[in-house]
Design a protein around this ligand. Structure first.
Ligand code: GLN
Length: 278
């Protein structure tokens, strides 16, 4: 098989499997697995494809055709302009979540910052790289997720303390800023998500229980005990959850509550200041 034939086969295979960006994904997988640039498709299209490489490429295309997310095949996703490794143990970093980082980073320099439900570590690691933090911690219940996050920290050269804990259960100390993108999909809606998400991303990173608010309830209830006076809480939310999450914050000692929109114009971040002790 030539490089050109392999690429055309991949495009057709992916399109037949209903992959929306079949051409883009075929090109990305080819580049990622072979190191060939796009130019190879024009200038070297007739060149025979090395048999080993060809087989690896074919395996990757077949995985994508069965709707495995591209990022789990390539093992990487960029976030805030930084490279992150991902595995099926963690949610793939979303562009929506950059909105959370952009809001939080204005309040983080020189501060002690905690990321609850850290997953790949994309949020706290971005904050650690982009702001000068006094102390950074990332919390997750999943040991496998923490291993991915620690690997990312090493590659990025960022110092973050990783804590395995069921929410705040085993988290010591006080923080000035707490950020979180917790699971927030209603359990009943999980089955209608795209197969890439529904079948391959970790359910524990998605499932927010019956009303999608389970983690906001617990985080809003417990965060105050881990925030310094006037400390800030930043939460990513689903676009229809602003009102409910605002209410949860105000019921739990938070003031100055505001909602920010993402670049699609949808409500995406709720933040508040812990004022109960003031
Ligand atoms: N905080 C991680 C992220 O935004 C994981 C989120 C989650 O597991 N719900 O990617």
């Amino acid at each position: 098989m030539t490089i050109g034939e392999a690429y055309h086969w991949a495009k057709q295979e992916l399109a037949a499997a209903g992959i929306a960006d079949a051409r883009v994904d075929a090109g990305l997988l080819l580049r990622k697995l072979t190191g060939f640039g796009t130019a190879a498709l024009y200038f070297d299209a007739e060149r025979p494809f090395d048999a080993d490489l060809c087989e690896r490429f074919r395996d990757a295309v077949l995985l994508r055709a069965s709707h495995v997310p591209l990022q789990y095949i390539t093992g990487e996703q960029e976030f805030m302009g930084l490279p992150f490794s991902v595995s099926p143990a963690v949610l793939i970093p979303r562009q929506d979540t950059e909105c959370l980082v952009e809001n939080a980073m204005r309040h983080c320099s020189g501060k002690r910052v905690l990321d609850m439900c850290t997953g790949s570590g994309c949020i706290i690691l971005s904050l650690a790289k982009l702001c000068c933090l006094k102390y950074a911690a990332g919390v997750d219940l999943s040991e496998d997720a923490l291993a991915v996050a620690a690997g990312n920290a090493e590659v990025l050269g960022a110092e973050v303390h990783w804590i395995r804990s069921d929410l705040f259960g085993d988290v010591p100390g006080l923080f000035d800023v707490i950020v979180s993108n917790p699971p927030y999909i209603r359990t009943g809606e999980l089955s209608s998500l795209m197969p890439e998400v529904r079948d391959y991303e970790p359910r524990m990173a998605l499932d927010g229980d019956e009303d999608g608010l389970c983690f906001y309830r617990r985080i809003a209830g417990e965060a105050g005990g881990h925030l310094s006076d006037g400390g800030m809480l930043f939460l990513e939310i689903g676009c229809d959850q602003a009102e409910a999450v605002t209410r949860l914050l105000s019921e739990n000692g938070f003031g100055e509550i505001s909602v920010s929109k993402d670049y699609a114009g949808l409500d995406r971040v709720v933040c508040g200041r812990f004022t109960e002790n003031k």
